[in-house]
Design a protein around this ligand. Sequence first.
Ligand SMILES: [Mg+2]
Length: 381
Amino acid sequence: MKIARIETFLVPPRWLFVRIETDDGIVGWGEPVVEGQADIVRAAVEQHAEYLIGLDATRIEDHWQVLTRGGFYRGGPVASSAIAGIDQALWDIAGKAHGVPVHDLLGGAVRDRIRMYGWVGGDDPSELRDNIAKQVSSGLTAVKMNGSGRMKPIGTASAINEVVERAALAREVLGPDRDMAIDFHGRMTVANSRRVLPLLEPYAPLFVEEPVVPEKSHLLEGIVASTSIPISTGERLYSRNEFLGPLQAGITVVQPDLSHAGGISEVRRIAALADIFDAQLAPHCPLGPIALASSLQIGFNTPNFLIQEQSIGIHYNVGSDVLEYLMDTSVFDFTSGYIERLTAPGLGIDIDEAAVRAADKVGHQWRSPVWRHDDGVLAEW
Ligand SMILES: [Mg+2]
C-alpha cells in the first residue's frame, strides 16, 4: 500500500487539512496547521510530499523519524505541525486498512466515553455568565475561560481583583459539582502568578493553564510551589523533550496539541512521559474536526487522560465550525458532557470532501491578533 497522492486544503475559519491517498484508494485525513501560519505549514507539507510519494503508507513511525530528524534541522511549531497532520492522515489510513478505529491499533480502548469541556471566553468578562450558562445547558460539566485580558507585568489591585471576580462568577454559575479551568495564555508573569494564584484557590479551578509563556518554562517550579492549584501547559510545546522540563518543575496537566506536537505518534509518547510524573493528559484542541478526532483516539487509549478541549461554537470559528466538514456530525454529540467512543475505522470521522474542496477555493488569511499595552509595547495575546 503505497502513498500515491498528497493534497492540502486551506479551509475557513483558520485551518489546513491534508488528504493522503494510497495506490489502492484508501484516503486518510490530517490537520497540519499552526493558527495564523497555515500557508507556511502548507509549504512544509508540500515539501514532505516529495519524499513520501511512492513509499509504504503503513510505515508510520519510520516516516515520522525521517520527517522529524532526517532534515538535520528539527523542531519548532511549523515543522512539528506539518508532521503532525501527515501522521494523523497515515494513522487514519492504517485504521481504515485494518477496518478498526485508531485506538484499537494503539492497544484498544481503556474508557468508553470522554469528558469534554467548552470555551466560555473571558477576555471580556461581560458575557461570561451567559456563556457558562449556555455551555452547561448544552450538557457540558466543565468549561474553560481566559483568566484575564491584557495583563501588565505587575498588575494593579483592580486588575488582580478582576481575575478573582471572573473565577468567583464562574464558580457561582457552575456550582460545586462542575469544573472550570482558567487559561492565562502566557499573559501572567511570575510576579502576577504568585500574587493571583493563591487568591483563586477558594474557587477550586480544575487547573490553571500557561501562567507564563513557554520560553519561561524554567520558572514554572516556583509557580507550582506557590499554589495548590494544578498547573498545566503545553499547547506551545512540540515534543516529549520539551515537556520534560515542565514535568520536572511539577506541572500536573500536559496539553500537547495533536496538530502541533508531532501527531498521534508523539502525543502518545508525551502521555507516557507524563504518567511517570503523575500528570494527566488534556490535549489542546481549538481546531477542526480532524484534530479533534485525533485527540479523541488518543484519549480512548490513554489511561492518564483527564479531559478533552473542543471548539464547537468558539469565537474564532467565524463563518465555519467544527461540524461543517463532516458527513455525519453525530459522532461529536455530547451526552451528559461526554462523547461516546468513536467506532468507525481510522480516525472515526467521515470528512465531507466536496465541502472541503469548495472551502479551499475560499481559503482564509486568519492571523493572530497583535495586542499592545497603554504605552505601546507589545502585550501577550
Ligand atoms: Mg491555552
